[in-house]
Design a binder for this molecule. Structure first.
Ligand code: DGL
Length: 282
């Protein structure tokens, strides 16, 4: 069937998906760098965290979320979640997208992060702090070595960190114990690490504590601005996608949990009031 002319295609927002609140750290940077676009955020808070779930479950949950965002008109979905990017992105792109709608796109957050690593580390030794699921996939190591064969990547799983953030405990004294434990562990495994990647979108909320326990001078790399720059460049190269995106600067929020609960914590990420709507996923 011949493709409809762009003018006949209804415009839609950029979908931004995460297991919970973490993707809001990506959305914040997207809105800063690309304020003219419209965004629809979906947090699967009812089933977060994803970090310790199996490949099959993360894939199924992520696919459900992508279908939901497509059904709500998003031509493009960003998996603002490393765990989902590591475990579901490739399968969705290669196996599902052609059958759902080959003209839509799903992009992840790992590749844009890895692309910068060779340019920011002087020692060539980087550490990745991530969920058990992301670490088990070795996506960071595999992708980094492809682009920068000489680099040494140490991946450290940080069980509970996402759960600490999801339960609003990021600033608590109790969180220090868990942060220190994992930062100490990764630095002991490779003392030459000069760059620590926050390989989970929840972790920017723990950045002060991570900085406190990392050796002085360690670069702590957040993903948000990297993903935003990468998307900007992608849209320049893909005008056929760009022309399908609505550009009225709006942002809407969906959560699979209770919206009032989502709003109160989400507003801490966004620094402005959030009014989400309930969106059951299954
Ligand atoms: N924020 C997600 C990530 O970037 C997932 C955290 C979780 O649900 O465990 O990996």
């Amino acid at each position: 069937m011949a493709e409809a002319p762009a003018s006949a295609i209804s415009l839609g927002p950029i979908g931004v998906f995460d297991s919970g609140y973490g993707g809001l750290t990506i959305l914040r940077e997207l809105r800063k760098s690309l304020p003219q676009y419209s965004y629809l955020y979906l947090g699967d808070n009812a089933r977060a965290p994803y970090g310790s779930r199996s490949f099959e479950v993360v894939y199924r949950y992520t696919l459900e979320a992508v279908r939901e965002l497509f059904a709500r008109g998003c031509p493009l979905v960003i998996l603002a979640c490393n765990t989902a990017s590591a475990k579901a992105l490739r399968s969705i792109q290669q196996l599902d997208l052609p059958g759902i709608d080959a003209s839509r796109r799903v992009l992840g957050v790992i590749r844009p992060t890895v692309e910068i690593l060779g340019h920011v580390s002087s020692s060539g030794h980087v550490g990745v702090l991530a969920t058990p699921g992301t670490v088990a996939s070795h996506s960071y190591m595999i992708e980094t070595v492809k682009l920068f064969p000489g680099m040494t990547v140490t991946e450290q799983d940080c069980p509970l960190w996402a759960a600490i953030v999801e339960s609003s405990e990021a600033d608590s004294d109790g969180a220090d114990y868990f942060v220190k434990k994992r930062v100490d562990a990764i630095m002991a495994r490779d003392p030459q690490i000069d760059t620590l990647v926050l390989g989970c979108t929840h972790y920017p909320l723990l950045i002060d504590k991570i900085r406190k326990y990392a050796p002085e001078g360690t670069r702590i790399l957040e993903q948000g601005h990297l993903v935003a720059e990468s998307l900007k460049y992608y849209l320049q190269r893909h005008p056929e996608m760009d022309c399908r995106l609505s550009k009225n600067g709006s942002v809407s929020y969906l959560t699979s949990e209770n919206p009032e609960k989502f709003d109160s914590l989400a507003s801490l990420f966004t620094n402005e009031p959030v009014h989400s709507h309930h969106c059951p996923l299954d």
